[in-house]
Design a protein around this ligand. Structure first.
Ligand SMILES: CC(=O)N[C@H](C=O)[C@@H](O)[C@H](O)[C@H](O)COP(=O)(O)O
Length: 233
C-alpha cells in the first residue's frame, strides 16, 4: 500500500472569484496601536462587510486569526527584516510554505531582481507544493517577465516605487499597468491606490483585481493625509 501523502493541488478558481473585485490589505505595522491579531481579524470582517472579495494579510499569527474569523480568500505574506538582503516580503521558501499550509489561497512574495537569500524558483515550488498560488510582487516589467517564466500565477505591482531601480511615484504606476497589459501579463494592481476612482481606474488599465491597504486600514496614515493638508502640505 502506498502511504505517501498526496500533495494539495493549487486551486486556480480563486483567480476567477477575485476577478474585477476588491481585496483589502489588513496590516498593522510594529508600533501601531492596531498591532494585534484579533484587531486585524475585526478589520478583515469590516472589509468583508463592505464588499471585499479577498484579504491580504501579513504574518502567521494574523493569517491564523483571520482564517478563524472569516472565509474570504487570503493572500498571505510575511514581512521579515534581514541583515543580508533588502527583500522583506516572504523572503524564504520556509515562510512561503507555511503560509500555504495555513490556508492562504495565494502567497505573495518579493519577486524583484534584488539579491535574495534563496532562488525565486525554490519559493515558487514551495508555494505550489503547499497548495497555494504565487502572487509575485514586482516593481518593473522585466521582473514580471522573469516571474511569469518561473511559474508565477499572477504578478502584483506592489513594489513599484519601492526598489531603487523602479519609477519613484506618489501615485499608482499606471504606466507599469499599461506595459503589463500590453505584454499580456496577468496582474494585480496594488500600491498607493487611495481612492475608489483610482481602484476603478486600475481595472480600466487591465488589472485582474485591485488591492487597497492604507486608504482603508491604516487610520494613522489616513489621518496624516488630512492633518498634512490642513498644514498646507
Ligand atoms: C511596499 C509594501 O511593503 N507593501 C505592503 C505589502 O503588503 C503593504 O505595506 C501595503 O500596505 C500594501 O501593498 C497595499 O498598498 P497601499 O497601502 O499603498 O494601498
Amino acid at each position: 500500500m502506498n502511504l505517501r501523502p498526496v500533495a494539495p493541488v493549487p486551486d486556480r478558481s480563486v483567480l476567477d472569484r477575485l476577478a474585477g473585485q476588491l481585496v483589502v490589505s489588513c496590516q498593522a505595522d510594529p508600533g501601531s496601536p492596531l498591532r494585534d491579531s484579533q484587531t486585524i481579524a475585526r478589520m478583515a470582517l469590516a472589509a468583508q462587510r463592505g464588499g471585499a472579495a479577498g484579504l491580504r494579510i501579513q504574518g502567521f499569527e494574523d493569517v491564523g486569526a483571520v482564517r478563524a474569523a472569516c472565509a474570504l480568500p487570503i493572500i498571505g505574506l510575511t514581512k521579515t527584516d534581514r541583515a543580508d538582503t533588502d527583500v522583506y516580503i516572504t523572503p524564504t521558501a520556509e515562510e512561503a510554505a507555511r503560509l500555504g499550509e495555513l490556508g492562504c489561497a495565494l502567497v505573495a512574495l518579493d519577486a524583484t531582481g534584488r539579491p535574495r537569500p534563496q532562488p525565486l524558483a525554490e519559493l515558487f515550488a514551495a508555494v505550489h507544493a503547499a497548495g497555494a498560488l504565487v502572487m509575485a510582487d514586482i516593481s518593473t516589467l522585466d521582473e514580471a517577465h522573469t516571474a511569469m517564466t518561473l511559474g508565477a500565477d499572477v504578478v502584483g505591482t506592489t513594489l513599484a516605487g519601492y526598489t531603487p531601480h523602479s519609477r519613484q511615484l506618489s501615485t499608482p504606476d499606471w504606466l507599469l499597468m499599461d506595459e503589463l497589459r500590453a505584454a499580456g501579463v496577468p496582474f494585480v494592481a496594488e500600491g498607493r491606490i487611495h481612492t475608489p476612482h483610482d481602484a476603478a481606474r486600475a481595472l480600466d488599465h487591465g488589472a485582474a483585481f485591485v488591492v487597497v491597504g492604507s486608504a482603508i486600514t491604516r487610520p494613522d496614515v489616513i489621518t496624516s493625509w488630512f492633518a498634512g493638508a490642513l498644514r498646507g502640505e
